[in-house]
Design a protein around this ligand. Structure first.
Ligand code: NAD
Length: 367
């Protein structure tokens, strides 16, 4: 989450614990293996609700402290995402320091899998930026605590259709809050980013008779989607300021910032992209003050996490879709909480997650 700061200075003096005092992480595991060149950090933020689940990112970090910060920041985000999705999961994340193009090998991924196994189920891994389903197959040779596997291995396959369904549910709930009805028929929606999620979202919206405007930097996919859904293609620069009812960002993070928010003419912002608000408090408040109903990103796009969680408990797509449908009610609850507390929707979503963790901590206080 954007407000999270951790100050780690392990260079001249070893002050790692001093940095950790400013956070509430449960455990940070350093994994080192000279033979394979593995240097990984597993950050377990919170396991009150269940084992910490979060993907493994492989990245060329400039400094080791950047890798630690990234693992800590991302693991904290996973705690909130799982909590608000109503899952019995905590938050964790792993990073492997290195170039995924040149430094990855079967041995490195399997060695990493051994470290995951040694955590005895407290951490469940999955693919992320710089790692692939194939890498997770190697990890799965050493531990059962891995999700995001191909369907032939009992996995849930591509989570994007489930993420898109959750996003659609979040858009409908936001419409209910704004217009008093969740029907999207005749409404105009601007979808930015026609990737794996954006495409499936267009299918749902098109079926409900939505007037579609679309943008993507990939002109091929833009033309294909325009033909398939009768959507109006616009440039990526113009899509934000279109005079539409709903803006659905499904491409990049940080799309809601000082420059873009004043351009918005919509009543609702609800899309799948991660980390949409450049600054959660500042930009969340700007949207609120403009009377725009914002669907918090980590709530509306939690279908992907729900999908992999369902894999851990024995994958059935119908169950994953059913649970994803709850995003509709969660978005309505968050809007209500935001009104009651007088805070923006992103802050209300964080409070909603914290409340569930605190409530369950109490439930777990007796055997
Ligand atoms: P994707 O890479 O398949 O699609 C992203 C699309 O955005 C691409 O078509 C790309 O060309 C386009 N794009 C990039 N920059 C753009 C710009 N400036 N203007 C317009 N289009 C641009 O990714 P995806 O899997 O569809 O995910 C979309 C977003 O949703 C990402 O932010 C991702 O982190 C988030 N998300 C995805 C899932 C999932 O299940 N795939 C789950 C949770 C969150």
């Amino acid at each position: 989450m954007g407000d999270f700061q951790v100050d780690i200075k392990p260079t001249t003096q070893f002050e790692l614990f001093a940095g950790l005092e400013s956070t509430d992480h449960e455990q940070i595991v350093f994994c080192q293996d000279n033979a394979t060149g593995l240097k990984a950090i597993i950050a377990i933020h919170n396991t009150v609700l269940g084992p910490g689940l979060g993907g493994t990112r492989m990245w060329m970090y400039n400094h080791e402290k950047d890798a630690i910060k990234d693992a800590m920041r991302l693991s904290r985000g996973m705690t909130y995402k799982a909590a608000v999705a109503g899952l019995n999961l905590g938050g964790a994340k792993a990073v492997i320091i290195g170039d995924p193009k040149t430094q990855k090998s079967e041995a490195l991924m399997r060695k990493f899998g051994r470290f995951v196994e040694n955590l005895n189920g407290k951490y469940i891994t999955a693919e992320d930026v710089g790692t692939t389903t194939r890498d997770m197959e190697y990890v799965a040779m050493e531990t059962k605590n891995v999700v995001g596997l191909p369907e032939i291995m009992g996995g849930g396959g591509d989570p994007s259709p489930v993420t898109a369904y959750g996003t659609y549910m979040g858009i409908k709930a936001s419409a209910k809050k704004t217009y008093g009805s969740d029907s999207l028929s005749g409404k105009s929606v601007a979808v930015m980013g026609i990737g794996k999620v954006g495409w499936h979202l267009l299918e749902y919206l098109n079926k409900e008779g939505v007037k579609l405007n679309i943008a993507d930097i990939n002109s091929g996919i833009l033309e294909k989607a325009a033909n398939e859904f009768g959507a109006i293609p616009v440039s990526s620069d113009d899509i934000v300021g279109l005079d539409v009812d709903i803006f659905a960002p499904c491409a990049l993070g940080g799309i809601l910032n000082d420059q873009t928010i004043p351009q918005l003419k919509c009543q609702i912002v609800a899309g799948a992209a991660n980390n949409q608000l450049e600054d959660e408090t500042l930009h969340g408040n700007m949207l609120k003050n403009m009377g725009i109903v914002y669907a918090p990103d980590f709530v509306i796009n939690s279908g992907g996490l729900i999908n992999v969680y369902s894999e851990h408990t024995g994958y059935v797509r119908e169950i994953a879709m059913n649970q994803t449908e709850n995003i509709y009610h969660t978005i309505l609850d968050i809007n209500k909480m935001a009104d009651e507390l007088g805070v923006n929707n992103q802050i209300a979503a964080i409070k909603h997650a914290e409340k569930r963790i605190n409530d369950m901590m109490h439930v777990h206080s007796t055997y």
